[in-house]
Ligand binder design. Structure first.
Ligand SMILES: [Zn+2]
Length: 500
């Protein structure tokens, strides 16, 4: 069987090794990236001397050492490239995705649907991992389910009643930092707050509005010597006292407590060196958090004042690799945790959470790669008319269930509302003279006459670029070549049927 492996990263390296050791002898591996030193801890086909070389090329060379008898084509390229058209995908019996981003996954999903090739999709996040099979007509496609956006928290939880460390981190990163140094969109903030307003929380919403307005006054002089103290007095004294006075909020939980910087600084131990590993990896003392707060506020305040002098729209955004913004978020989250009696976390942990960093774990990748090969055997050994739910079942790893770490996933039918896997895919021959009128004719011709059988008004797009709709019908006589459409590309034709 001919296999296309898209991605030679964490899962891809494991998978390529498994494939050559288990009898697959014609493999094309495609990856755009070059090897980075940070890949070496888990992408075991790469060694230190390979850094900066193409992943696909080195992966091929290393895999051939396991089994020199196989044929591997290595391609350093972008899977979105027009060269990788339907004819390219149709060369393969099976496509394996080992990708790290949703856009590329969706693209390969679409190409496999159009080329009618089975796809095995995979991914890992820390100790969790999964593998799923996608085959048109038999299973849901990769995009049948609309994936939910990143988890968000209610504004009132973040701003008034946090209960978890992550609430304090989100407050520091997404509320406080933009309020002091970022771009403010009062109208949007207010509208978002309004969505949570109820008859019972009028006081709280009113107070949050006043709190925001007072915050803006602090932005005017961020490079004055007492700027850190001004911010402290506002966010850890005045705001906390005002919030604590709203009795209705504290019937079922402990009220927040005002922080006294001098009392926190009286801590006996001498602060550690901010350049040391311990400063980053171990939980700070309260005194260290106060020092980190003051230092980061002073630095960010100076940067902001300087930036604003040069450009009125200057803003500082959170970046986990910007030490000042990371110190700011870590210190403010720590101190806010003290206010609410929430456990405090190390700067390192805050960096992970604030930067949405999920550790990549070699063992998880290896288990998923093994599951993919088992699924590949099942798929390739089954004739298409004998495919059952058993053939196409996926699997996932849940580390919180020690009794059964690997579980197979429930087989479900395709989502009937998904336009991707319920579209008709037709191949159209074209030459230099082919016009959009010809495309429309094929689309409107009944299926019995080898057309697509679409009714209603048609609209034609290529990768989001509108090429034809009813409003510019002079486009009908343009040729495809004229509009920069080349053989092998995919046109999306949508029909609009008038309600009456
Ligand atoms: Zn679908």
């Amino acid at each position: 069987a001919r296999i296309l492996l898209v991605g030679a990263g964490g899962i891809g390296c494991e998978l390529l090794k498994n494939l050559v050791l288990s009898g697959f002898d014609r493999i094309t591996v495609l990856d755009l990236d070059s090897i980075d030193v940070s890949n070496l801890n888990r992408q075991f086909l790469f060694r230190k001397e390979h850094v900066k070389q193409a992943k696909a090329v080195v992966a091929r060379r290393s895999a051939l050492q396991f089994n020199p008898a196989v044929t591997i084509d290595a391609v350093q390229a972008d899977i979105f490239d027009r060269r990788y058209d339907l004819a390219f995908f149709r060369q393969f019996d099976l496509v394996l995705n080992a990708l790290d981003n949703a856009a590329a996954r969706s693209h390969v999903n679409l190409m496999c649907l159009a080329a009618d090739r089975p796809l095995i999709e995979s991914g890992t996040a820390g100790y969790m991992g999964q593998m799923s099979v996608h085959w048109r007509g038999h299973t849901p496609c990769y995009d049948c389910d609309v994936r939910t956006a990143q988890k968000t928290f209610p504004i009132c939880t973040i701003r008034s009643t946090p209960t978890l460390p992550i609430h304090c981190i989100v407050w520091a990163k997404s509320f406080l930092l933009p309020q002091l140094f970022g771009i403010i969109d009062d109208a949007a903030d207010d509208a978002a707050l309004q969505t949570e307003a109820t008859a019972d929380n009028q006081d709280e919403v009113q107070r949050l509005r006043a709190e925001t307005a007072a915050m803006h006054a602090l932005r005017r002089d961020t490079d004055v010597p007492d700027f850190p103290d001004r911010v402290w007095r506002k966010i850890f004294v005045a705001d906390v006292a005002a919030l604590g006075a709203l009795d209705s909020l504290w019937k079922d939980r402990a009220p927040p407590r005002v922080l006294d910087a001098d009392a926190l600084l009286a801590d006996a131990a001498a602060p550690r060196d901010p350049a040391s590993l311990a400063w980053n990896n171990q939980v700070w003392t309260p005194a260290e958090a106060v020092l980190a707060f003051r230092t980061s506020l002073r630095r960010l305040g100076a940067r902001y004042a300087q930036g604003r002098a040069a450009a009125a729209d200057f803003a500082i955004e959170f970046d986990k690799d910007d030490e000042d913004t990371l110190d700011f978020v870590a210190a403010c989250a720590y101190l806010r945790s003290l206010v609410y009696g929430i456990p405090v976390q190390s700067r390192f942990k805050v960096k992970e959470d604030a930067g949405n960093i999920i550790p990549a774990i070699a063992t998880t990748n290896a288990v998923v790669a093994g599951l993919i090969v088992l699924a590949a055997f099942r798929l390739l050994a089954t004739p298409r008319d004998a495919v059952t739910r058993e053939t196409t079942k996926g699997a996932f790893i849940l580390h919180n269930n020690p009794a059964r770490a690997i579980q197979s996933s429930r087989a479900i039918p395709p989502n009937p509302a998904c336009v991707l896997c319920h579209s008709a895919y037709a191949t159209l021959a074209m030459d230099a003279a082919t016009t959009f009128r010809d495309v429309v004719a094929v689309c409107q011709r009944p299926r019995a006459q080898h057309g697509v059988g679409l009714r209603g008004t048609l609209e034609i797009e290529e990768a989001g670029r509108l090429l034809y709709d009813v409003d510019f019908d002079d486009a009908l006589d343009k040729t495809l070549v004229e509009m920069n459409v080349a053989p092998g590309q995919m046109l999306a034709v949508t029909n609009v049927i008038d309600e009456d």
